[in-house]
Design a protein around this ligand. Structure first.
Ligand code: MOS
Length: 749
């Protein structure tokens, strides 16, 4: 690994920690059980909360046997709409950007199956569980509406509901009219659930008008504002501790009603309260990926160039909140077409509110888009890779902005080479393995935006030459803190071993949101800048000190590396940080930094990570069993801070793509509206046996505009591209085009 890189505006030294394939810094704590997750906390006097959850999906709770529950030994209180103390604001108020309407026992209405309808608080988990069972609710149920065909869909813009923006350019009908070949196809994706290993949990303890919350959270400081608003206290009176998360995938970026209720219960009872969701309670109250129906129309000219691309998504949302899966966004910025249209509609069902789930929009959108592109390539008589190259967007198709960097061509080339794509026969059902199984090859393009949010960080140089860096970021388990730690150490010109890293606590500088694949870029920029700021102050001390070998080097320049400042013109003249601080009589020197997108580059450039995924599947010709037998993904995502962890994120995303393509689906009982497979035994995700040999190629990409460090994100893009690649490989193996996910045996019979 090279230990210097060139940065925009010169050859600033980046440092030697970034680029190293370090293992997770918190790995040992986790595998030895020393890491404490939210639900591992047991403050003195703590009570346990268990909720009763609705078993109908629409109607009213007509009775709860509160007396029976309260009579059970150990039960301390039963909280229902009848005695729930008020919050400082209504459940419909949205006190922060990610807030949803929350379910907090505000009335007896049941809006979805799984909704919390009462909370029992007891001295033990067992007593609370039994108390919740004794409530034996009765209902007045109305007909459940849980499928697309149960309701009319609506146009959000027409009724003033917030939705992904309509994006249109050119004339679709005219483009289709002049096309030589056309396709029109509709795809369906199901509701999927986050299923983080660690279910949501909250341990709340009040001290006067201050509250401390142990809870896994992807947006720590922002959430203090939300809890402050709900409870009528200043944000600084709310402390959130979230040192470790067992997965989040977006569902821990939002605060849901059960977590708020727990804080309310602790306040009401004057004792700490813990609430940890059971696995089945994760299906409804804490978000999911909404189901979609996606309709495409595409036209191609004689050369196979798109003349029109239309993508209309209808997605499911709840009756009380407006989250609409932005799946059509996948078609904004990927393929060049003179006419483009991406729009969204929604259908209100008796379901919990969907929310962002790993690669929101693009995961479902690209599953459908990349399948449709495969159909278009076939209609145009072109190899699917050749078709994508003919429609390669040199500038962002909707906005016409140049890309900040786009190494997608290299992704296609390197992925195809590794996979052996050039040997692919055009027609389906041409290849078999030794066991007589049909073999098919498919591909998909991966795309995800490269956003930045806002973050702050602090760096403190200490007298002994070591340093402390601080930012309130979240690590969902993927190794974000390790990458951030590497960047921070480079900002300081220190080895990572000399830098202490503090995070996961809302009292630290706001590290922004761990989401949107923007956390490393945002919090990393803040940490790097904080280190640079501390070094700038240290440089001031040295160059103005006659006793320093760096005296007078201010204009010449000074570089920081290996814990020493060096004269730029003569690196042999150097001094250690500790020596400079000691002579100045300074015990600690602090720096501050911010991370955010430069508004002018945001205005000028379209910023995305890209990739190309190639899949091989094998299908048993008689049983129609489908196995993914090989996956190759090549991704360009700017500067890779830690190739081991970045690759691991991409493997994980691609494995999720296998789940999306073949396994994952929440199935509703049509009568009750309940999810029938609300458990990990029946809600299928890929297990080791489902995961084939995989290759991830990290394609070089020097992005000079995305941020000063050139960092994009890798957290979500792996799912995109993969789903379509697998679906297209299934078509290539069998000749059957399946337009409904997940693709199971029954679709091929
Ligand atoms: Mo993610 S769905 O941006 O946590």
């Amino acid at each position: 690994m090279s230990d210097t890189i060139s940065l925009p505006g010169g050859n600033a030294r980046f440092g030697s920690n970034s680029g190293q394939p370090m293992t997770r810094r918190d790995g040992v704590l986790k595998v030895t059980g020393a890491a404490t997750f939210a639900a591992d906390n047991h403050p003195d006097g703590m009570l346990y909360a268990v909720t009763a959850n609705a078993t109908i999906s629409r109607g009213r709770v007509t009775s709860l046997n509160v007396e029976a529950a309260k009579a059970h030994p150990g039960v301390v209180e039963v909280i229902t709409p009848a005695n729930r103390p008020p919050l400082a604001i209504t459940p419909e108020a949205k006190p922060y950007p990610f807030a949803f309407n929350i379910e907090v026992l505000q009335d007896d209405t049941v809006r979805y199956a799984g909704q919390e309808i009462a909370m029992v608080v007891a001295e033990t988990l067992e007593a609370a569980t039994e108390g919740a069972r004794l409530l034996a609710p009765t209902y007045e149920a109305e007909t459940a509406r849980v499928g697309f065909d149960d309701v009319d869909s609506f146009d959000p813009d027409a009724v003033g509901v917030g939705a992904p923006p309509v994006a249109e350019k050119g004339d679709i009908d005219a483009g289709l009219a002049k096309a030589v070949n056309r396709i029109s196809a509709s795809y369906e994706t199901p509701a999927q659930y986050h299923n983080a290993m660690e279910p949501h949990a909250m341990v709340a303890q009040w001290d006067g008008d201050r509250v401390t919350l142990d809870t896994p959270n992807q947006a720590l400081v922002m959430s203090t504002g939300a809890f402050g608003a709900w409870f009528g206290i200043p944000p600084e009176n709310v402390t959130i501790r979230s040192p470790f998360l067992g997965g989040g995938f977006g569902s821990k970026a939002i605060v849901f009603g059960g977590q708020v209720l727990t804080v309310l219960a602790a306040k009401m009872l004057g004792r700490p309260v813990k609430y940890a969701l059971r696995r089945d309670q994760m299906y409804g109250p804490v978000g999911h990926r909404g189901a979609t129906r996606q309709a495409f129309r595409m036209g191609m000219d004689a050369e196979g160039k798109l003349t029109a691309l239309e993508h209309l998504t209808t997605s499911t949302t709840s009756t009380f909140e407006d989250f609409i899966e932005p799946a059509s966004n996948a078609s904004h910025d990927l393929y060049a077409s003179p006419a483009l249209s991406s729009r969204h509609k929604a259908a209100r069902l008796d379901i919990g509110t969907p929310g962002p789930m790993r690669a929101p929009g693009e995961a479902s959108g690209s599953a459908a888009l990349e399948s449709a592109i495969d159909e278009a390539a076939l209609a145009a008589g072109l190899d699917p890779l050749e078709f994508r190259l003919r429609n390669y967007a040199e500038t962002a198709p909707m906005s016409d902005k140049p890309y900040s960097a786009k190494a997608l061509r290299e992704c296609y080339a390197q992925g195809a080479e590794k996979f052996g794509w050039s040997k692919r026969p055009m027609q389906p059902r041409q290849m078999k393995d030794d066991a007589g199984r049909l073999v098919g090859w498919g591909m998909g393009t991966a795309l995800f935006p490269a956003p930045m949010f806002q973050a702050k960080a602090k760096a403190t140089l200490r007298a002994d030459g070591s340093a402390l860096v601080e930012t309130a970021g979240a690590d969902m388990g993927q190794g974000a803190w390790t990458a951030l730690h590497q960047i921070a150490a480079d900002g300081l010109g220190l080895d990572i071993a000399q830098v202490e890293f503090h995070s996961g606590h809302s009292g630290l500088p706001d590290g922004g949101i761990a989401g949107g694949s923007g956390h490393t870029a945002t919090a990393g920029s803040a940490l790097h800048a904080a280190g640079k700021d501390a070094i700038a102050k240290l440089t001031e001390l040295a160059v103005n000190d006659e006793a320093s070998p760096l005296f007078g080097a201010g204009n010449i320049g000074v570089t920081a590396r290996d814990g020493r400042l060096h004269r730029a013109d003569d690196p042999s003249r150097s001094e250690s940080y500790g020596e400079i601080l000691a002579r100045a009589g300074v015990s600690e020197l602090g720096g501050e930094g911010q991370g955010a997108r430069d508004p002018s580059s945001a205005e000028e450039y379209a910023m995305f990570s890209h990739g190309a995924v190639f899949a091989e599947v094998k299908v048993d010709p008689e049983l129609c069993q489908i196995r993914v037998s090989r996956l190759v993904g090549a991704f360009a995502a700017g500067r890779i801070i830690n190739p081991r962890l970045a690759a691991s994120q991409l493997y994980g995303g691609m494995i999720w793509g296998i789940g999306f393509a073949l396994l994952e689906e929440a199935v509703h009982d049509r009568r009750s509206g309940r999810i029938m497979n609300a458990n990990l035994a029946e809600y299928h995700v890929p297990v080791n046996a489902d995961v084939p040999p995989m290759d991830v190629i990290l394609v070089d990409e020097d992005d000079r505009y995305v941020n000063a460090l050139g960092i994009k994100g890798v957290g979500e893009i792996g799912i995109t591209g993969t789903v379509g690649a697998i679906a297209n490989a299934i078509w290539h193996a069998t000749g059957v085009r399946v337009r409904k996910f997940p693709i199971g045996i029954e679709a091929l019979l």
